[in-house]
Write a protein that binds this ligand. Sequence first.
Ligand SMILES: NC(=O)c1ccc[n+]([C@@H]2O[C@H](COP(=O)([O-])OP(=O)(O)OC[C@H]3O[C@@H](n4cnc5c(N)ncnc54)[C@H](OP(=O)(O)O)[C@@H]3O)[C@@H](O)[C@H]2O)c1
Length: 235
Amino acid sequence: MVCLVTGSSRGLGKAIALAFGRRGRRVVIHYNERKEEASIVAAQIKESIVLSADVRDYNQVRSLVDTVTEQWGGIDILVNNAGVTREALLLKTSEEEFDEVVDTNLKGPVNFMRAASPYMIKQNRGHIINISSIAGVSGKAGLSAYSASKAGLIGLTKSAARELGEHNVMVNAVLPGFMLTDMGARSNDRAKGAALADSLMKDFSDPRDVAEFICRLSGTRGISGQVFNLDSRLI
Ligand SMILES: NC(=O)c1ccc[n+]([C@@H]2O[C@H](COP(=O)([O-])OP(=O)(O)OC[C@H]3O[C@@H](n4cnc5c(N)ncnc54)[C@H](OP(=O)(O)O)[C@@H]3O)[C@@H](O)[C@H]2O)c1
């Protein structure tokens, strides 16, 4: 089984790639800039390949997907995990910042889905899991672009699930809790404090727990178009 995890050089993507690797799956480790980190992840997985692409660029994404299918014959699981945040109030968010966040977090998954789903349709099998965020459901002050991109990703998930169901391709979205990855750790103290205060379990989320859920979800059948909140914050 071939699993492609975008942004698996570090953070949650790394945890997902390692969890797939522990299950003996073939894993594509994808990165944008951090080749060395990606290679370190790949070295811990029996069958892996390391490939780079800027998710914002369709041609790079298409070429990566073609390389994977030439080498391994198809893609069974695509996890759209790569993402960025830029903290700024709406009125102080520049057009460049807005475009960067939306192009990475929303257009990136669109690019991968457009490139990978024809192969999934052809093999009449596949599962796409999009990593969204509670911010895309509830909104977060200072994260307008990020929240908009993650809300868009939920709409994209549901629409693609409707289109691809007849081809036996499932599409779901997952909302991880607040994790102290590079992204989470960079958040300001107020945001971290609010995440803890709102958490019924009074704790941050562990990427390894999120990764285990995603692995299990990827192996299920008959679940599509759903949004899974992996947090103890109430929506
Ligand atoms: N951390 C949280 O609390 C939290 C909560 C909810 C949802 N999420 C979501 O979970 C996902 C993973 O977050 P994380 O915390 O693990 O983030 P992270 O530690 O900052 O890692 C981000 C990953 O995305 C890749 N990436 C960024 N821009 C890219 C681009 N233009 N093209 C290709 N790859 C790109 C990075 O590649 P390089 O290493 O090569 O730069 C890296 O592998 C994101 O979608 C995020 O929005 C996170």
